[in-house]
Design a protein around this ligand. Structure first.
Ligand code: FO1
Length: 341
C-alpha cells in the first residue's frame, strides 16, 4: 500500500500505556507501508514532570522516547533497560533525594543533559528534538506544552486535607491515599507546544491512547486551545478504553476516576470524554469483548462503540489494536457540521 493511503495520525498519550499503544500505531503504519516518522505525531502528557535533586524529569516523555528508541525497561514499564542505580544510592545517603523514587544512572544522564539544555535556554520541545537526533524514533513526539505544569494531588486525612506532587502520591503511596482532587497549577496560563494545534488540525485521525483519563489525558486536554482544536478538527477521533470488564488495564486509574466521580467502566469513561455531537471528543470508542454488553448504551450516547480485543500483550497485539483504531476512524467519520469543515 502506498504512503499516501496511510492516515496522518495524532496520538494523545501518557507514559507506560501510552508507550505500548504508540509502538502499536507505529508498527501498524509500517505494516501499511507508510513512513511512520512522517505520519505519526504523539502529544505527550507533561503534567507529571518534576524537579528533583536539581534535575528536570519528564517521566511520560521519557517513557515514550525510551520505548520508541527500543532502550526501555519493558518489564518495569519505566526507565532504561540494563540500568544501574549507583548515583541514586549515593543521593539517598546524602538525604538529597526521595528514597522511594529511583533515578537510574542512565536515566540520570538524560536528566542532566536536559537540565543543562533547559538552563541554556532550550524549550522542552527542543530538548525532545535533541533526543530524537540521537535515537530515530519513527514518530514525532511533542510535549503538550513547553510550560512547566505540575499535577498536585490533594488527599483527605481524617478531617484535614493535604497536598503533594503527583509522583509522591503515585510512587510513594501507590495511590492508596484517597484523593479529593487533582490540580494542574500553571495550566490555565500554558500554551500548547509548537506544532500541537497544527498537527491536530492537519490530522486524518486522532487517537486517545488507553492512558489514565484523569492524570495522563486530562492535563493534555486542560492546556488552553487543545480541546477546541480537537472539537474543530476534521479528523475522526477514536479512543481506546483503559478499562476492561470494570478493571483498569494497568496503573491506578480507577482511584483517579473515582476522585472525579466517574465509574470504572468503559461506558462511564466514554461518557466522560463525551460525544462530538454534544460538544465532546469522541466519534468512536474501542471497548473490549468482555464489555460488549455496554455497546448499545455507548452507541445511544452518540459515540460508536467498536468491540475489539484490547489487551496489548506484545507488538503484534498492540499493532492489531492500532489497526482496529485506524479502521474505526475510517468508518466513523465526524458527522457533517460537527467538525469545523
Ligand atoms: N515509578 C515507580 O514506581 N518507582 C520509581 O522509583 C520511579 C522512578 C522513576 C524515575 C524516572 C521516571 O521517568 C519515572 C519513574 N517512575 C517510577 C515512573 C513514574 O513514576 C510513573 O509511572 C509515571 O509518572 C506515571 O505516568
Amino acid at each position: 500500500m502506498s504512503d499516501s493511503r496511510a492516515p496522518r495520525i495524532v496520538v494523545l498519550a501518557g507514559g507506560v500505556g501510552g508507550s505500548n499503544f504508540a509502538l502499536g500505531v507505529r508498527e501498524a503504519l509500517r505494516r501499511r507501508g507508510a513512513d511512520a516518522a512522517s505520519h505519526l505525531t504523539i502529544i505527550a502528557n507533561t503534567g507529571d514532570d518534576l524537579w528533583l535533586t536539581g534535575v528536570r524529569l519528564q517521566p511520560d516523555v521519557d517513557s515514550l522516547v525510551y520505548a520508541l528508541a527500543g532502550v526501555n525497561d519493558a518489564q518495569r514499564g519505566w526507565g532504561r533497560a540494563g540500568e544501574s542505580e549507583r548515583v541514586s544510592a549515593e543521593l539517598t545517603q546524602w538525604g538529597a533525594s526521595w528514597p522511594w523514587f529511583t533515578l537510574g544512572d542512565l536515566d540520570l544522564g538524560l536528566h542532566l543533559a536536559r537540565t543543562g539544555w533547559l538552563r541554556d535556554g532550550a524549550t522542552a520541545s527542543e530538548v525532545i528534538g535533541r533526543m530524537a537526533q540521537r535515537w530515530p524514533l519513527g514518530a514525532r513526539i511533542l510535549p503538550m506544552t513547553d510550560a512547566e505544569v505540575d499535577t498536585i494531588v490533594t488527599v483527605r486525612e481524617g478531617t484535614a486535607e493535604r497536598s503533594m506532587h503527583f509522583q509522591e502520591w503515585w510512587t510513594r503511596h501507590r495511590a492508596a491515599l484517597t484523593p479529593v482532587r487533582f490540580d494542574n497549577p500553571g495550566v490555565a496560563a500554558a500554551s500548547p507546544a509548537p506544532g500541537v494545534i497544527e498537527s491536530i488540525a492537519d490530522a486524518d485521525l486522532v487517537l486517545l491512547a488507553p492512558s489514565n483519563p484523569v492524570v495522563s489525558i486530562g492535563p493534555i486536554l486542560a492546556v488552553p486551545g487543545i480541546r477546541d482544536a480537537l472539537r474543530d478538527t476534521p479528523a475522526s477521533i477514536v479512543g481506546t478504553s483503559p478499562i476492561i470488564a470494570g478493571s483498569v488495564v494497568r496503573g491506578m486509574a480507577d482511584v483517579c476516576l473515582a476522585a472525579i466521580g466517574v465509574d470504572s467502566s468503559a461506558a462511564a469513561v466514554a461518557a466522560h470524554y463525551g460525544a462530538r455531537a454534544d460538544g465532546g471528543l469522541l466519534d468512536a470508542w474501542l471497548i473490549a469483548e468482555e464489555d460488549s454488553v455496554l455497546s448499545a448504551n455507548i452507541d445511544a450516547s452518540g459515540i460508536a462503540a467498536v468491540v475489539r480485543p484490547l489487551w496489548m500483550r506484545d507488538l503484534d497485539t498492540s499493532a492489531a489494536l492500532a489497526e482496529d483504531a485506524m479502521r474505526a476512524g475510517e468508518v466513523h467519520r465526524p458527522r457533517r457540521g460537527q467538525a469545523a469543515r
